[in-house]
Design a protein around this ligand. Structure first.
Ligand SMILES: Cc1ncc(COP(=O)(O)O)c(C=O)c1O
Length: 423
């Protein structure tokens, strides 16, 4: 385990106060704070290296290109992709999913063909497909969830506590062309057994996109072991800068898909008659990339790896279990998502706890907690269909990062009690 006090020193923002109270930052599923090393690396690049990448013969351009491509290699290692050709830089998870939705539907789907998502998706993994439904007549289907926030097809628990997947076969039809599924729910914290789901989808010849926005910050990702066809995640949720994300795609798939956007960087030769495209991954990277952000992301990955992904996961699991235990001592507490078995291996819940207390509106709870210095998120968390399924307008959500402490959870719990007394 790592020295949490030392880690917190890497994030100066954690020392600040809001409304005269020490900041307790529990909105990490929305975005994480950035360690000094990331800020320093980006400042250093702007100060001493800055030049556009890939195009220049001059020294600075070469140096910036080297940093940018080293970042791609860093990401490749981080998720254990086979090749850097399989790593496409995007603005974030949202753009990565939109890229696949657009290019996959254009080239692989006919009107009436189906994409299968779940009831616990973020809007980015719903609306991207709905746009394609409007444009191309594809159909968006969704796997329902149980009352405790697990996929209906994956809610069995074996005697060792692990989740076994009964199967998604019921939801696959001869028109299903792609399964697109969150690895970890940003509202419920549910960890979906994506490896089982991928195996089963593949047995039916169907590729799978994994939305890793809430898993990549918290656990070791191995895309070869998962055998997913696409994997999307965002840099800003894992201590990196905003505006940078990653789409991993198996080389075969990326070769088959047409470009998403047109412009510089993504072309081989342009004439009025015919344009040919760059090799992978540049075919999907039109325009000047955010090369400083890619360097920032690589620095964030270095930072996480120095602490150790296993250590981060263990620490955050401990925080999640502790938070769940403590919250359940509060009268009127309703926690959404899997309640048990917590602390089992593999875990079924990760780093996100959503709740409501009695009849207190989530917005009131969040606003009053804020006055106590506690930053939580309230509302529908970009998952309105999930809110409809749960029959609520929103929740209060506390979400954890590697720098959070049990003392901060104690402050949260005391804050909730104090707010509850006011109603
Ligand atoms: C599960 C999930 N998917 C996708 C996204 C979208 O990520 P971004 O806004 O970084 O593109 C989020 C953001 O909260 C998320 O939690």
């Amino acid at each position: 385990m790592y020295n949490i006090n030392k880690v917190r020193e890497d994030f100066p923002i954690l020392q600040r106060e809001v409304y005269g109270k020490p900041l307790v930052y529990l909105d990490n599923a929305a975005t994480t704070q950035k360690p000094l090393c990331v800020l320093d690396a980006m400042r250093e690049e702007y100060l001493n290296v800055n030049a556009n990448v890939h195009r220049g013969v001059h020294y600075l351009s070469q140096q910036a290109t080297d940093l940018h491509e080293a970042a791609r290699e860093k990401v490749r290692q981080f998720i254990n992709a086979r090749k850097t050709e399989e790593i496409v830089f995007t603005r974030g998870t949202t753009e990565a999913i939109n890229l696949v939705a657009s290019s996959f539907c254009e080239s692989q789907m006919q009107p009436g063909d189906e994409v299968l998502v779940t009831d616990m998706e973020h809007h980015s993994n719903i609306v991207s497909w709905q746009l394609q439904a409007m444009k191309r007549g594809i159909v968006v289907k969704h796997i329902p969830i149980t009352d405790d926030g697990r996929l209906v097809c994956c809610h069995n628990t074996t005697t060792d506590g692990s989740v076994c997947c009964d199967g998604i076969a019921t939801y696959l039809t001869e028109r299903t062309r792609l399964v697109s599924i969150a690895h970890v729910s940003n509202v419920l914290g549910t960890i979906n057994p994506v490896k089982d789901i991928i195996r089963e989808a593949h047995a039916h010849g169907i590729p799978v996109l994994v939305d890793g926005a809430q898993s990549a910050p918290h656990m070791k990702i191995d895309v070869q072991d998962l055998d997913c066809d696409f994997f999307a995640f965002s840099g800003h949720k894992m201590y990196g800068p905003t505006g940078i994300g990653v789409l991993y795609g198996k080389e075969d798939w990326l070769e088959k898909l047409p470009p998403y956007q047109g412009g510089g960087e993504m072309i081989d030769k342009v004439t009025w008659e015919r344009t040919t495209f760059e090799r992978l991954p540049f075919k999907f990277e039109a325009g000047t990339p955010d090369y400083v952000a890619t360097h920032g992301l690589a620095t964030a990955i270095d930072y996480m790896e120095r602490i150790g992904l296993d250590n981060i996961e263990a620490h955050e699991q401990e925080l999640t279990c502790y938070c769940m235990e403590q919250l359940q001592t509060i009268d009127g507490m309703h926690i959404y998502g899997p309640l048990s078995p917590l602390g089992t291996v593999p875990s079924v819940k990760d780093a996100v706890v959503s709740f409501n207390v009695g009849n207190i509106h989530h917005l009131d709870m969040g606003t009053l907690l804020d006055r106590l210095g506690i930053a939580v998120r309230t509302g529908h968390h970009c998952a309105q269909p999930l809110m409809d399924r749960l029959g609520i307008s929103g929740t209060v959500r506390a979400s954890f990062a590697l720098y959070n402490t049990k003392e901060e959870i104690d402050t949260l719990v005391a804050g909730i009690r104090r707010v509850a007394q006011m109603f």
